[in-house]
Write a protein that binds this ligand. Structure first.
Ligand code: ADP
Length: 260
């Protein structure tokens, strides 16, 4: 009888503890959710005035019969750069806030990843050329995947753009696409560069929001510190993994593995 009573007491105590702990967490969850909504709403609201500002600067610059001094022309160009940077920042913030809230749908379709990678490479060729960087793709000519096409494009853009940004003139950036059958069927995307490299103790940190090894360099390159967190979210949402290997001062390789 005593044993039964003890067990009953323990069950009731465990249930009450669980219930009270659950209730205590609710306000914290609500606070996080309100904060996420605030970031998403603020980012969304900021995009319209930013696009109006960019158009206004364009109008001033293209107006005929204007007599702008070289200094004013420079100031307007700088303004446009800053507006573009801020637009990228709020867009990235919005993506992560929506991802946190589970409000982004991953729409999977069958397509050839090699074609998407080539498109991304073409869009980044002019930037690589101005920096004197050789940008090339290798591997299998056709890579059939079932994934979200736009998110895959975004992932490749982040990784290849970073490789170009953090590689000095005369360097090389290579993209390698492969499929593997074992241990499980998967696709690997490797983006290698001969750039600045990443110190060992910072390899995990670069996937954290706003973490930058060299803030000034990232800013100068138009970075926001949100690229790799978005890349990681995309890979996670597809059930894949992202790894980085690097020798500081010699280069880095970002390796994404996606299940097929
Ligand atoms: P950012 O917008 O600053 O590029 P990311 O989140 O994409 O932000 O990357 C975070 C940081 O990781 C960068 O600021 C940079 O210091 C480092 N990083 C990312 N990719 C590379 C790379 N290919 N080579 C060297 N450092 C890199």
């Amino acid at each position: 009888m005593m044993v039964v009573l003890c067990i009953l007491f323990l069950v009731i105590a465990a249930f009450a503890g669980h219930f009270l702990a659950g209730r205590a967490i609710i306000p914290i969850r609500q606070a996080f959710s309100r904060q996420r909504e605030f970031v998403a709403d603020a980012s969304h609201e900021l995009r319209t005035p930013l696009s109006v500002m960019l158009t206004s600067v364009d109008v001033i610059q293209t107006e005929e019969d204007q007599k702008l001094s070289p200094l004013s022309i420079q100031v307007l160009d700088d303004m446009k750069d800053e507006i573009r940077r801020m637009t990228k920042l709020v867009t990235d913030l919005l993506t992560l806030a929506r991802a946190d809230a589970g409000a982004v749908n991953i729409i999977k379709e069958r397509f050839d990843l090699a074609i998407v990678a080539e498109q991304v490479l073409r869009s980044l060729q002019p930037l690589a050329a101005t920096k004197g960087i050789e940008l090339a793709i290798a591997g299998e000519a056709e890579i059939a995947v079932l994934a979200d096409r736009e998110r895959m494009k975004q992932l490749l853009l982040i990784l290849i753009d970073n490789a170009v940004k953090y590689t000095p003139a005369g360097g090389r950036v290579g993209v390698l696409l492969k499929t593997a059958a074992a241990p499980k069927p998967c696709v690997t995307i490797t983006v290698e560069d001969t750039g600045a490299g990443i110190p060992d103790d910072q390899r995990a940190l670069i996937f954290e929001r706003f973490y930058r090894i060299d803030k000034a360099r990232s800013r100068q390159e138009g970075g926001t510190g949100l690229g790799l967190p978005i890349a990681k979210w995309i890979v996670d949402a597809h059930g894949g993994t992202i790894k980085v290997t690097s020798t500081f001062g010699e280069g880095s390789s970002f390796i994404v593995t996606l299940p097929v």
